[in-house]
Ligand binder design. Structure first.
Ligand SMILES: [Zn+2]
Ligand SMILES: [Zn+2]
Length: 276
């Protein structure tokens, strides 16, 4: 893309198309700026000095309107008739003008780039500062929020814990009450069972005593054979007496068939009756 000249008025810098005012001090302005800055008056004596460099533009050809997009005819006629030296000089000066404008543009762009870089750096520093401040602020707010949340949620948590504790205490009391009831029931049943055992044992003792007496009577009435048998074994009472004594010493109901039967039938019925 070909380089396009811009109006040298720094506040304008418009791209120049068809027509522009060029000066002998190598500056160029758009038509609007030229008129505004007093460079295109009817009388060149009253022309203002160059706004870019301050050169006096008193000569009539110091500032002329030029067609930047000339017709083919103009290109043919503008330098026609001039000697090659003059043609070359004109071309050389025009090229110098172009080179100067290009250099100025480069300088301008460099200055712009430098200024923008500085601005960018300072903005970057400022941005870092703002980000740091914002992060600090966010951290502070988060801390505050956490504190608020904790202060808000702690009472709630302790309330729920207290409620749970009350419920558990209530449940514990209930269980304790039931345990006492069961203990009482168990004691009652135990007493009843023991009473039955004692009664059975007493009956057994009576039976065995009566039985033992009847056996003794028959033995003494039996004659010499029975007496001999007692002498042979060396035991004064024999095996008949030992069984009733053991029954009395042992816990009642374990050796006696009738007693065991009595418990196996009466125990579940008693429990069932109490539970109902
Ligand atoms: Zn302009
Ligand atoms: Zn100038």
């Amino acid at each position: 893309m070909e380089h396009v000249l811009r109006c040298n008025a720094l506040k304008c810098r418009k791209e120049l198309g068809e027509r522009a005012l060029v000066t002998t001090c190598s500056h160029i302005f758009c038509v609007d700026c030229a008129a505004r800055l007093g460079l295109t008056g009817p009388r060149h004596e009253h022309r203002n000095s160059c706004p870019a460099c301050g050169s006096h533009l008193t000569s009539p050809d110091d500032a002329v309107i030029s067609n930047l997009n000339p017709s083919e005819d103009y290109k043919t006629s503008v330098l026609s008739g001039l000697s090659p030296n003059i043609i070359m000089e004109c071309a050389s000066r025009a090229l110098s003008f172009w080179a100067y404008q290009a250099t100025q543009e480069v300088v301008y762009q460099e200055h712009l780039s430098k200024a923008l870089t500085e601005k960018y750096s300072s903005l970057n520093v400022h941005l870092d500062k703002v980000i740091n401040e914002a992060n600090l602020e966010i951290t502070n707010l988060q801390n505050k929020l956490t504190g608020k949340f904790l202060s808000f949620s702690l009472p709630t948590a302790s309330d729920s814990l207290r409620r749970k504790n009350d419920e558990l205490a209530q449940a514990y009391k209930e269980k304790n009450r039931k345990l006492l009831q069961i203990q009482e029931l168990y004691d009652k049943l135990k007493r009843k069972a023991m009473l039955g055992q004692i009664q059975d044992a007493a009956e057994d003792a009576i039976d065995s005593t009566l039985h033992g007496q009847s056996v003794g009577e028959t033995q003494f009435d039996g004659g010499s054979q029975n007496t001999l048998a007692y002498q042979d074994t060396g035991s004064p009472y024999g095996q008949h007496h030992s069984a009733p004594y053991e029954q009395q010493r042992m816990p009642a109901g374990y050796h006696n068939q009738t007693t065991r039967q009595h418990y196996s039938t009466s125990w579940p019925r008693t429990v069932g009756a109490q539970c109902e």
